[in-house]
Ligand binder design. Structure first.
Ligand code: F6R
Length: 244
C-alpha cells in the first residue's frame, strides 16, 4: 500500500500541508491537470493557493482543471452549484483560464450523453493530481457505497445521509438535489497522484475504513489502498480511530 499519511493538529495545518503538495505539482509542471473537489475540506487549501498566487505570482495560466462532480439540476446561476463554488472559492481569484476549467454539466439536456462526454474528456486529461475529500460514509466524488470500482462518470441517487450532511449549505433539506453527476471511481484512480484531505471527528470512521479496512465497494475510498501514490492529510480528529 502506498498511502502516505500526514496527521496535523488542525484544519489550518491540514490545509497548509495540502498546499505544499499542490504547489509542488503546479511549480514542477506549469501546465498540469488538476482534479479538484468542492465541499468544506478543500476551502483552506484553496485560500492558500489564492494567497500564494497574489503574494508570489504563482501562475495557473497554463493549468487545466477537471472537477469531480456537480448536482443534477444546478448550474452556474445557482450559488449552491459546484460550478459556482469553484469560481467563488478559487477560479475567480487566480489566473486560470475559463476555457481550461471543466466540470460535469448538471443541467445538460441529456445527462447520459453528459456522462459519456465527461468520461471521454477525462480520457484526454489524466490528472497530475486529484484532490479529494471523503464522505462520512466513505464516498469519494459522489460515488456512494456500493458503486462499482470500475465505474466511470455516472448519475448517482444521493443517499439520505449525504443529503443530510450537505443540507447545511441549503435553506432546507428539501432543497438538496436528489441526484448528482460524478466522475467514476476508475476516473479518480487514473490520476497520477491522489491528495485526500479530511478533518473532524465525523470523518474518523471513514478514514479508518479507507486506510485499515478491507478493499471493498462498501467503502469506495478503500480502493485508494491500491493506488500507487496517495497523500492523505488528516487532522487529529479525523485520524483519531486509526490504530497506529
Ligand atoms: C466534493 C465531493 C465530495 C466531498 C465529500 C466531503 O466535490 O466530491 O466527495 O469531498 O462529501 O465533503 P466535505 O469536504 O464538505 O466534508
Amino acid at each position: 500500500m502506498s498511502i502516505k499519511l500526514i496527521v496535523t493538529k488542525n484544519y489550518q495545518e491540514m490545509s497548509d500541508e495540502a498546499f505544499k503538495v499542490m504547489k509542488e505539482v503546479v511549480t514542477s509542471k506549469p501546465d498540469a491537470i488538476l482534479g479538484l473537489a468542492t465541499g468544506s475540506s478543500p476551502i483552506g487549501l484553496y485560500k492558500n493557493m489564492i494567497n500564494d498566487h497574489v503574494a508570489n505570482g504563482t501562475s495557473y495560466s497554463k493549468i487545466k482543471t477537471v472537477n469531480l462532480d456537480e448536482y443534477v439540476g444546478l448550474g452556474a446561476e445557482s450559488d449552491q452549484s459546484y460550478v459556482y463554488f469553484m469560481h467563488d472559492n478559487l477560479f475567480n481569484h487566480i489566473d486560470v483560464k475559463e476555457e481550461n476549467v471543466n466540470l460535469p454539466n448538471g443541467k445538460a439536456a441529456d445527462m447520459d450523453a453528459e456522462c459519456a462526454r465527461y468520461t471521454a474528456l477525462l480520457a484526454t486529461m489524466q490528472q497530475d493530481v486529484q484532490l479529494l475529500g471523503i464522505g462520512a460514509n466513505g464516498h469519494i466524488g459522489f460515488n456512494e457505497p456500493g458503486t462499482p470500482f470500475a465505474s466511470t462518470t455516472n448519475i448517482v441517487k444521493l443517499k439520505d445521509k449525504t443529503r443530510q450532511d450537505n443540507a447545511r449549505f441549503f435553506a432546507s433539506l428539501d432543497e438538496v438535489p436528489t441526484h448528482a453527476i460524478t466522475m467514476g471511481i476508475a476516473n479518480v484512480m487514473n490520476a497520477k497522484k491522489i491528495l485526500l484531505v479530511a478533518n473532524g471527528k465525523n470523518k474518523a470512521d471513514a478514514i479508518k475504513a479507507m486506510v485499515e479496512g478491507p478493499v471493498t465497494e462498501e467503502c469506495p475510498a478503500s480502493i485508494l489502498q491500491r493506488h500507487a501514490d496517495v497523500v492523505l492529510i488528516v487532522d487529529e480528529d479525523a485520524a483519531s480511530k486509526l490504530s497506529k
